[in-house]
Design a protein around this ligand. Structure first.
Ligand SMILES: C[S@@+](CC[C@H](N)C(=O)[O-])C[C@H]1O[C@@H](n2cnc3c(N)ncnc32)[C@H](O)[C@@H]1O
Length: 369
């Protein structure tokens, strides 16, 4: 009789709109629940992931509460992407620097220590690896018996049409585990054209009739003149002198070349930030149409499927909150690669585990931090 496949169940802390969960689902991992303090994640998480959403502050969740979110008889995954952006909407008047949010990584470690899920995965900005809080997290995992690996992942190599780089960590109690390598060669990176060229054309300040998320901000007269003079992949240096902004006149660095700019068609997009709907905030001009990206285009360039639901049908589509949720998400294609590596790892190590006592598994050599 064929062995029954092992059920792998994830709880997603700081789940947002579900980018990480969606990728895990695509890899064949059951998502048991998502936790996030932001109410606006409730609808998209439930609509796309089809799992319970808990509007809770992770700092207030106990290990027993978390343990009850996983179903019995499954290999448990704790996935978490503690915020890497300031959240000024909840922390008005308080220090909202990124560093102020990183102690939430400690909260994740507290919950891991209290529940010992077989697998842990975390995603964050690459520079977190040089912080004390991250080193403490890795040391804490190893002391608990986890094999740990982490790597800075370049998203185009995972099939994401975007030059985003993200730190991915995986940890396992079952045996040595590794962050999957990106396998897409640079000649085959998915491009902006491949993903958004076929969408309905939209005027600035308008939305497509068939998709309220395919909506873009209006441009001022000056910005309209600027984008009309912008070439795909070009810079403001190609504009008439009088259209240049004061920051351009002073600027020398390359960062300034990438504002008020159009994307190139035949390359991956630049990093989709929380402001990707704003022409002035980066290289977020559409390659051809005289406007910034729509929210739908931003989501697609994050590798969300075209039909992903971000807002309930009776709710307004607002740029700032939705731009934040989309820009903060883990690209689902990257998450799917991580999920597939977890599925393969569990398949390999649960077979071996029957003949190998756990104490020995825990003594396997650990990779350097
Ligand atoms: C980087 S985003 C997560 C993105 C998500 N993993 C995805 O792929 O879509 C971080 C999330 O942490 C949430 N958050 C911030 N502080 C929190 C807290 N104390 N408890 C629970 N969630 C929190 C934010 O609301 C935000 O949705």
């Amino acid at each position: 009789m064929a062995a029954r496949p092992i059920k792998i169940s994830a709880v997603d802390l700081f789940c947002g709109v579900g980018g990480l969960s969606y990728g895990l689902l695509k890899a064949g991992i059951h998502v048991a629940a998502g936790v996030d303090v932001d109410d606006s994640c409730d609808y998209p998480f439930r609509a796309n992931i089809d799992a319970p959403f808990h509007r809770r502050d992770v700092r207030e969740i106990t290990a027993d509460e978390l343990a009850a979110m996983w179903p019995g008889k499954s290999v448990r995954v704790l996935a978490g992407c503690a915020p890497c952006q300031p959240f000024s909407s909840y922390r008005r008047g308080v220090d909202t620097s990124q560093e102020a949010q990183w102690p939430l990584v400690d909260e994740m470690l507290r919950l891991i220590a209290g529940t010992l899920p077989e697998i842990v995965t975390m995603e964050n900005v690459p520079r977190i690896v040089s912080t004390a809080i991250f080193r403490k997290f890795v040391v804490g995992l190893r002391e608990l018996g986890y094999s740990v690996d982490h790597s800075s992942c370049f998203c185009p190599a995972y099939g994401v049409p975007q030059r985003r780089r993200r730190m991915v960590l995986v940890a396992s109690l079952l045996g040595p585990i590794a962050v999957p390598k990106g396998t897409v060669p640079s000649s085959e990176y998915v491009t902006v054209r491949q993903r958004i060229e076929g969408l309905t054309p939209v005027e600035h300040g308008q939305a497509a009739a068939d998709d309220p998320l395919h909506k873009c901000r209006s441009l001022s007269d000056t910005n309209l003149k600027r984008i009309r003079q912008s070439k795909p992949g070009g810079t403001w240096e190609q504009w008439d002198e009088e259209l240049r902004a004061p920051c351009h006149r002073k600027a020398s660095g390359s960062t300034f070349r990438n504002v008020y700019a159009r994307m190139a068609w035949d390359e991956p997009a630049p990093t989709i930030t929380t402001l990707a709907y704003n022409y002035g905030a980066g290289r977020f001009g559409h390659p051809e149409q005289d406007r910034a990206l729509t929210l739908r285009e931003a989501a697609i360039l994050q590798s969300f499927p075209e039909e992903y639901e971000f807002v309930a049908p009776d709710q307004p589509v607002q740029f700032a909150p939705l731009g934040r949720l989309i820009g903060n998400a883990v690209p689902p294609r990257l998450a799917e690669a991580v999920g597939t590596a977890i599925v393969d790892h569990v398949a390999d190590h649960t077979k071996q585990k029957r003949s190998r006592p756990r104490a020995i598994v825990q003594q396997l050599p650990l990779p350097a931090v």
